[in-house]
Design a protein around this ligand. Structure first.
Ligand SMILES: [Zn+2]
Ligand SMILES: [Zn+2]
Length: 176
């Protein structure tokens, strides 16, 4: 998987969104500000309560795609997510490298976010397969992840969960 392209990193934004706490306006605002590099400079990141609720529902849709167990489910859920996207490809070199953005640069924050997330997730799924998305195997963690490893062997959302599970398995062996 080419990890340097905007499409691949946009899927990370989608995964972050699915794993974020978005039930309160503060949660949504904090997600937007910690991912501020995804928005055109000057974009207002203060959303109405209604738009904040839409951000949360986009996060739930991304999760629904990631936990789907059949291709048919993935297609259905991806299409639901894509109905909220308003893609307008836009070439830019704002970071020094020429690349495409999916949303128009003057779109409101909600539109930039929804479009980038929906297009980024869809690109990765159609190019690399829907099995690349999954739920963390660590006990007590239900974060979703995208598997960018060469041999598609990922099982955990983070290194923290991976090492926590290794330690737990080791202790269980010692006991047994
Ligand atoms: Zn960019
Ligand atoms: Zn985890």
């Amino acid at each position: 998987m080419n990890y340097d392209t905007y499409g691949s990193s946009a899927v990370e934004l989608a995964i972050d969104l699915a794993n974020a706490e978005l039930e309160t306006p503060e949660g949504v605002e904090s997600f937007l500000t910690t991912h501020g590099e995804w928005f055109t400079p000057g974009t207002s990141l203060r959303l109405s309560d209604r738009d904040g609720a839409r951000v949360a529902s986009t996060g739930r849709l991304v999760r629904a795609v990631a936990v789907a167990t059949t291709e048919e489910q993935v297609i259905e859920r991806l299409n639901e997510l894509l109905t909220a996207a308003r893609p307008r490809p836009y070439a830019t070199a704002h970071d020094g490298a020429l690349h495409l953005h999916y949303a128009r640069p003057d779109a409101p924050a909600l539109e930039q976010l929804t479009t980038t997330v929906a297009m980024g997730l869809s690109q990765v799924v159609v190019q690399h397969g829907w099995q690349r998305l999954g739920v963390c195997s660590a006990e007590g963690c239900d974060n979703v992840y995208v598997d960018t490893s060469r041999n598609a062997s990922r099982r955990y959302c983070s290194n923290t969960c991976a090492s926590r599970s290794t330690v737990a398995a080791y202790r269980a062996r010692q006991k047994g």
